[in-house]
Design a protein around this ligand. Structure first.
Ligand SMILES: [Zn+2]
Length: 168
């Protein structure tokens, strides 16, 4: 499973693969106890690849959800106040402040099965026919934004790994 994920990731992101190969070559050339460092490097790289793969899967799921968004609802997501936000392995959860000045609990489930839920009336009455309410859509867009920021940080992590900062 992980092997497939690494192969898929390497195919989609040749630059990352080059960084990894470069790192292994560099460690091989510079350290007498290569086996230990190789094991530690492999652990770090596998962790990094799992993390990147997971972020990619969540991002794809958000794209699919946003594509279900009815156009008027997408137009209304701006300015929905986000009270709290949490991205976890099984779900993304948020509390938003609704137009009636009441808080709504919003959830996008990611594992083991994808889905969404909101405590607002629009979701209760229309989510089956019209699709996700504006709170769920807002949460999907917000999650995309946060993942893009994390991917930006990851570029730095890859650079640090190739410079040996994390592994040494
Ligand atoms: Zn809602």
């Amino acid at each position: 499973m992980l092997k497939e994920q690494i192969a898929k990731l390497a195919k989609e992101n040749p630059a990352l693969q080059d960084e990894i190969l470069g790192l292994i070559q560099k460690k091989k050339a510079s350290t007498p106890n290569f086996d230990t460092l190789h094991r530690s490097a492999t652990r770090e790289i596998v962790g990094l690849l799992r993390w990147v793969t997971w972020l990619g899967e969540i991002s794809d799921l958000m794209d699919r959800l946003i594509s279900l968004g009815e156009i008027n609802r997408m137009g209304r997501i701006e300015g929905v106040p986000l009270v709290s936000y949490s991205l976890q392995v099984d779900a993304i959860r948020a509390v938003v402040n609704g137009s009636q000045d009441s808080d709504y609990q919003v959830r996008i489930t990611t594992h083991p099965k994808s889905g969404h839920h909101c405590t607002c009336l629009d979701w209760k009455h229309n989510s089956q026919d019209v699709g996700p309410c504006k709170h769920v859509l807002m949460l999907a867009v917000e999650t995309k934004k946060r993942i893009e920021e994390k991917m930006g940080e990851l570029d730095l992590s890859v650079a640090e790994i190739s410079a040996g900062v994390i592994l040494v």
